[in-house]
Ligand binder design. Structure first.
Ligand code: MSP
Length: 503
């Protein structure tokens, strides 16, 4: 995205499967989206942030059966956990959609009918591998040691199905990808995806008839394939003509996804959308441009736990609720945003967590606030001093400096911009020694230093607000919730950051 782009933004998380409770991976995607949403809102961009839960399909039906409850009971219970996690993490979702809602089901049926009308659907028999865990079909050539490429178990299926003519899209899709080099972030993953498509797409089975937990396809005994159902949440949630126009048609659409679900979002989703615009005879790159030329698939890596993949069976999953209860929300948000080089995998360890929080927040930003406000209260009458002074730190607009990094999804570097600025401010404290100036009667000079430092803190709390909303609220209160200016009254400083106890 370039800095001139002023379109509205529609940001989405994947809708989460409700077969289990939320883990750190879910929390991560939601926090990244929330960070971006808050950032773009600060920039004055209208931003709509959507999340929700993915509730149909065999995986959910099987889990409910194992638990001895009905699928909808399972969905109600677990969807509530995901919604509550969003609240716990202070995520500013504009809507939270469930695929069992009427608005969604009605919309998907309408889209299905359009796909049929446009000539993209035919009836046949699926013979091949299926993984219930991934809710994905796999080609024989993809099976490694009897398992899916993801490591999930697969089973052989032979069942009547409706197919979507995905194979017809191979060349046009590749042509469109060439025109749109930023469609998938990061580029490395886009290249992998292109190689997959170059291998040739096969028609996609888009209905199931051996179980019933899904959206019924009218006049058949089939239910919709869960990914077809799920992907349309991104449109069904925009359930008024105004919302649809503002946040789909006229917007930049950013789908945040984990690296494991790129194929669904960057192959199936654009082809479904293009198929709504054309027939097999009129298929063209223009149909893709029209349907999804404003869309970007932004993929992130995986969180590992002490270097290993997190899994329930290894007992090394990190529970986001426990984590925020133990350390507080801001620390968890900060670490998740700061640690990974966005797009790559990252490792979660208590040591890493503690050392970043202590080194970067408590010792750097925390110290700066502590020292500056203490002096402002003690020696400047608890007021932003009225002085005229120039200094390089006063020339900086941190949000503007972070912007290019955020637009390139280099979130860790965007936060580093703030840290570097805070370090410079701390250096100024060391060099100017304002406490000594006040002691020796150099009030004016002392006030000048405090003015610069207060400005720096103000910049920092604004710039870091999308990552640390609680810190932002705390420090804003010290500034009496006013904009930075001489004469602003300063309220007492609460504890800036709690020390971190890892055990
Ligand atoms: N329901 C589908 C998405 C449908 S979107 C139309 C789904 N759900 S999921 O609950 O299994 O996964 C949701 C997201 O969590 C995915 O983006 C996935 O990549 C992410 N993560 C799951 N485990 C993860 C980690 N350990 N680390 C980071 N993210 C990971 O897929």
């Amino acid at each position: 995205m370039n800095s001139q782009d002023n379109r509205n933004i529609f940001l989405t998380t994947p809708i989460y499967y409700v077969n289990g409770s939320p883990h750190i991976g879910h929390a991560y995607t939601s926090i990244v989206g929330d960070f971006l949403t808050r950032f773009y809102r600060q920039q004055g961009r209208k931003t709509y942030y959507l999340s929700g839960t993915d509730e149909h399909g065999q995986k959910i039906a099987q889990t409910a059966e194992k638990e001895g409850i009905s699928p909808i009971e399972l969905c109600d219970r677990n969807s509530a956990l995901f919604r509550a996690l969003g609240e716990r993490l202070n995520i500013q979702f504009d809507d939270f959609i469930r695929t069992t809602e009427k608005r969604h089901k009605d919309y998907v049926v309408k889209m299905w009918e359009r796909l049929v009308q446009n000539g993209w659907i035919y009836k046949g028999t699926y013979n091949g591998w299926y993984s219930v865990r991934d809710e994905a079909f796999y080609d024989e050539s993809e099976i490694v040691d009897g398992k899916a490429p993801s490591g999930s178990p697969v089973e052989w299926k032979e069942e009547e199905t409706y197919f979507f003519k995905l194979s017809a899209f191979t060349d046009t899709l590749l042509e469109w990808y060439e025109q749109y080099p930023d469609f998938v972030f990061p580029h490395g993953r886009f290249n992998e995806l292109k190689s997959f498509v170059k291998g040739g797409l096969r028609d996609l089975s888009v209905s199931r008839c051996t179980f019933s937990w899904g959206i019924p396809i009218p006049d058949t005994n089939h239910v919709m394939y869960v990914w077809l159902d799920a992907l349309f949440n991104y449109q069904s949630a925009l359930d008024t003509p105004e919302k649809f126009k503002h946040f789909w048609t006229d917007a930049k659409v950013m789908h945040l996804v984990g690296k494991d679900i790129i194929r669904f979002h960057a192959v199936y989703w654009p082809t479904f959308l293009a198929a709504l615009e054309c027939t097999p005879e009129t298929l063209s790159v223009e149909a893709f441009n029209k349907a999804c030329g404003h869309m970007q698939i932004v993929s992130h890596g995986w969180w590992l736990s002490n270097g290993e993949k997190m899994s329930k069976s290894l007992g090394n999953t990190v529970d986001p609720v426990e984590l925020t209860e133990k350390y507080g929300l801001d620390y968890v948000r900060y670490f998740l945003l700061r640690e990974p080089s966005f797009g790559s995998d990252a490792n979660f360890t208590q040591e890493n967590f503690a050392s970043r929080i202590t080194g970067e927040l408590i010792n750097n930003i925390g110290n700066l606030c502590q020292r500056t406000f203490t002096l402002a209260h003690k020696s400047c009458g608890s007021t932003v001093p009225s002085v005229k002074v120039s200094h390089p730190l006063l020339e900086v607009n941190l949000q503007e400096e972070m912007k290019p990094f955020i637009e390139d999804f280099r979130l860790n570097q965007a936060l580093e911009v703030v840290l570097t600025y805070a370090s410079k401010a701390n250096e100024l404290v060391q060099e100017s020694k304002p406490w000594a100036l006040f002691k020796t009667g150099e009030q004016q000079k002392g006030e000048e230093a405090i003015f610069i430092l207060l400005y720096a803190i103000y910049q920092i709390k604004e710039a870091i607000a999308p990552a640390l909303p609680e810190f932002h609220a705390r420090i804003s209160k010290v500034f009496n919730n006013e904009s930075f200016a001489s004469g602003v009254k300063l309220n007492p400083l609460p504890k800036v950051f709690e020390q971190i106890v890892t055990q």
